[in-house]
Write a new protein. Structure first.
Length: 270
């Protein structure tokens, strides 16, 4: 039976992978709000190209391992848990995954199992509310969901969540050359997304060409981070991608404020 419409005759083919979403399912997700769209996509998310590839995660894990020790780690917009799987062995105390989609968190919980050293938090990255609670924070494949006007707030929240000397690590790409294939694709997609959001409510917030390397460097420096960029460390076809390691200035009393303020803390999910 077709999982989207419940119709017995409709066998819409899966895109990306035999276990991936069908065209109809993708359309339904794209016409929902961002959060609801991910709730719907969650069971098939691992079979889409939207999940960060293992080849990227492996390199990030190796590079972060050289910068240990970390007691507490935070993966923002954790989705089904690919970043948490990388982060967990690097953190001596715990790895926390935060996402606003209950569906994605449930899938992460299913994949990671109920382990005491992993916590899943349902929350919005724009209102983090953590204060000096983590030694390392990561975010993968999700910057397109952060509207430009909110980027500064997002970066300030991450800075606040890190302890002095803490690292914010992520992967991004340089701004593409105007009229290059990637530039045209990004702007073409963004135009359609703006049109969709004008016509359909609630909006699906996802835009390309945001938080590119240059923009991210500016934002991070403005928030007080010391920024290091590693280029050429990813294998083909991700050679263009760069690993950004942004460090919160290592001054201040690390043990002064260790309060964790989260809207909702949960060890595992029901
Ligand atoms: C493309 S997925 C990436 C998941 C995972 N990080 C990965 O690389 O595979 C984007 C994730 O960001 C989450 N997300 C989007 N906007 C968010 C927000 N404002 N606060 C929290 N999570 C958000 C979505 O629910 C989704 O799980």
């Amino acid at each position: 039976m077709c999982p989207t419409w419940g119709c017995r005759r409709c066998y819409a083919p899966a895109v990306f992978h035999p276990h991936g979403p069908t065209v109809m399912e993708l359309a339904r997700q794209g016409l929902s709000s961002t959060r609801r769209g991910y709730d719907l996509l969650a069971p098939k998310f691992e079979y889409t190209p939207f999940r960060t590839p293992d080849a990227i995660m492996r390199v990030v894990g190796e590079r972060l391992a050289r910068r240990r020790p970390f007691a507490d780690g935070l993966d923002l917009c954790c989705g089904t848990g690919v970043g948490l799987r990388m982060l967990r062995p690097l953190c001596a105390r715990r790895a926390v995954g935060l996402d606003f989609s209950a569906g994605m968190l449930a899938e992460a919980c299913r994949q990671l199992g109920g382990r005491g050293d992993v916590a899943l938090v349902r929350g919005d990255v724009l209102t983090l509310g953590f204060e000096r609670a983590f030694d390392v924070a990561t975010c993968f494949g999700a910057f397109g969901h952060i509207p430009r006007r909110e980027q500064q707030r997002f970066v300030a929240g991450v800075y606040q969540a890190l302890r002095p000397g803490g690292l914010f690590a992520f992967v991004t790409v340089p701004t593409p050359r105007p009229l290059s294939r990637r530039w045209l694709y990004g702007h073409g997609y963004n135009a359609i997304a703006h049109l969709r959001n004008l016509l359909v409510r609630p909006p699906f917030v996802m835009f390309y060409l945001t938080f590119t390397l240059e923009a991210a460097q500016r934002l991070l420096a403005g928030a007080g981070f010391e920024v290091e960029v590693e280029r050429g460390c990813f294998p083909a076809p991700y050679r263009e991608a760069a690993l950004v390691l942004a460090r919160r200035a290592p001054h201040g009393d690390r043990h002064q404020v260790q309060r964790v303020q989260a809207a909702e803390w949960r060890l595992g999910l029901p």
